[in-house]
Design a protein around this ligand. Structure first.
Ligand SMILES: [Zn+2]
Length: 71
């Protein structure tokens, strides 16, 4: 009857190790920077920002409305 408890604990340990492994893997794969987003540069101050967040005034990109006015 002791061997059943041993196998139960072994199974729980195995499950714990598998869960921990997958949790680590998912956190490690979390991207730091946004992927697939074009980066543009503000022509006024030179800051880099994602294209969807930039203000576009042909042919230049700006980081803010203020910098668009300043040019
Ligand atoms: Zn700027």
């Amino acid at each position: 009857m002791g061997i059943r408890l041993f196998f139960l604990m072994l199974a729980l340990l195995l499950v714990y190790l598998i869960v921990r492994h997958f949790l680590r893997q998912s956190s490690a794969q979390r991207p730091i920077a946004k992927k697939g987003v074009d980066m543009v540069q503000c022509v006024h101050c030179g800051v880099h920002l994602p294209k969807p967040e930039a203000i576009f005034d042909e042919p230049n990109f700006y980081c803010s409305e203020e910098h668009r006015r300043l040019g």
